[in-house]
Ligand binder design. Structure first.
Ligand code: PLP
Length: 395
């Protein structure tokens, strides 16, 4: 791995032809330590947000001992890079073969489910094991989140009682989990979901050992400045403490985005300018899926040795492939004199950015370099407030 001090230093020294992925291990380390110190329970890293082997090892070294996996490939990936980690198979719809192999060969004991069929599947695939932690996933609202996870998974309120009672009979430990949707912009998302958990516990009368509030913890992007994470943790702690759960119960969460958004960014080159449209060398099929398909805005900065003194204006981007869908509306604010040959850093791509890259149309990733400068925005550390206000002005 090549190391550089800053994105600017790298771009001016190397003038890379292909997009370059930047990683900032210190940023992921800081996020992991923050969750370790401040979340009032256990934090499972949701691997799908960024499955890079270096990141998995780094999070393990920074105190993340539990990983939320959704497929056998993710199970194996974590086993290879953090061999002693505890793996939790939290996809509510699994192949029976995957459950069997995860249980028998990889030591997985925690599974989630949202239907009787899945419960039967788990019992069959583990030959009626008596050492399982089974988490029933409830359907909750995604109304406070930028990306919904409300329609696909989660037991319907009308089925929850029966499912909890049946799961209690086969589980060594019974959990209840949910996901409020990704990038939840207010702590009340969790408080409202925990109200549904309370109703489910009361109506079924079961003893619950694990409450898992899932992912959804936000990061910071242009136009999306969430409250401090402490406000989320406080609200969750208060709501959890008032639940009728067993005295030895545990509180879990499954952050993906919040642990890794600041870990990666991207250096792209402008290949052509047409008015307020910039043709860059990465896009919808590369690390910028969300920028194209859900209109996500990421922070951008011109990487030019001599800073531009022109005002910023709003640009949209075209990616490199030969179709109109490879388009990112933005707006992305960049100096008005930007031109072909200039480099841009696109920040906060550690979550659901680099993870989603394809090689469509022959445009693949360039090199990965480690840099030690600060991420383009942060929710962590002593300078978080300062960075936040600086960012509000800058973005
Ligand atoms: C995607 C996912 C997560 C992580 O969500 P973030 O919004 O990235 O924090 C956690 N748990 C489950 C079950 C998921 O599917």
């Amino acid at each position: 791995m090549h190391k550089h001090h800053s994105a600017l230093g790298l771009a001016t020294a190397l003038r890379p032809v292909q997009p370059v992925t930047l990683i900032r291990p210190h940023a992921a380390q800081r996020a992991a330590r923050f969750f370790g110190e401040k979340f009032p329970g256990k934090s499972l890293y949701a691997v799908k947000a960024n499955p890079s082997p270096e990141l998995i090892a780094l999070l393990w070294d920074s105190g993340i001992t539990h990983f939320d996996v959704a497929s056998l490939a993710e199970v194996k990936l974590v086993r290879e890079n953090a061999p002693d980690a505890t793996l939790c198979f939290m996809h509510p719809v699994k192949a029976e073969e995957a459950i069997r192999e995860a249980y028998a060969d990889h030591g997985v004991r925690t599974f989630s489910l949202d239907s009787m069929d899945e419960l039967d599947k788990i019992v069959r695939a583990t030959d009626g094991a008596t050492d399982l932690t089974l988490c029933v996933r409830l359907r909750v609202s995604s109304e406070h989140s930028k990306l919904s996870l409300a329609s696909k998974f989660g037991a319907d309120p009308s089925e929850v009682r029966e499912l909890l009672i049946a799961t209690r009979q086969v589980a060594d430990a019974l959990g209840i989990c949910f996901h409020v949707g990704s990038q939840a912009m207010t702590p009340s998302a969790y408080v409202e979901a925990l109200e549904r958990v309370r109703a489910a516990i009361v109506s079924s009368g079961v003893t619950v050992d694990v409450i898992d509030v899932g992912g959804g913890f936000p990061s910071v992007y242009p136009g999306m400045e969430p409250p401090a994470l402490e406000a989320y943790f406080d609200a969750i702690a208060r709501a959890y403490e008032s639940l009728p759960v067993s005295y030895s119960s545990e509180l879990w969460c499954e952050p993906g985005r919040a642990l890794c958004a600041e870990y990666s960014s991207l250096i792209v080159r402008v290949e052509k300018r047409r008015g307020d449209e910039l043709y860059i060398n990465d896009g919808a099929y590369g690390a910028l899926f969300d920028a194209a398909h859900v209109g996500w805005r990421f922070p951008v900065a011109l990487l030019r040795e001599e800073a531009s003194d022109t005002r910023n204006m709003a640009f949209s981007f075209y990616g490199p492939t030969c179709d109109d869908m490879d388009h990112m509306a933005g707006p992305f604010l960049l100096p008005a004199d930007i031109q072909a040959g200039d480099y841009i850093e696109i920040g906060m791509l550690g979550a659901y950015g680099c993870a989603m890259r394809t090689g469509f149309n022959g445009f693949t990733n360039g090199a990965t370099h480690e840099v030690s400068d600060a991420p383009m925005a942060t929710l962590y550390g002593e300078d978080a407030d300062e960075a936040l206000s600086a960012r509000v002005v800058k973005l």
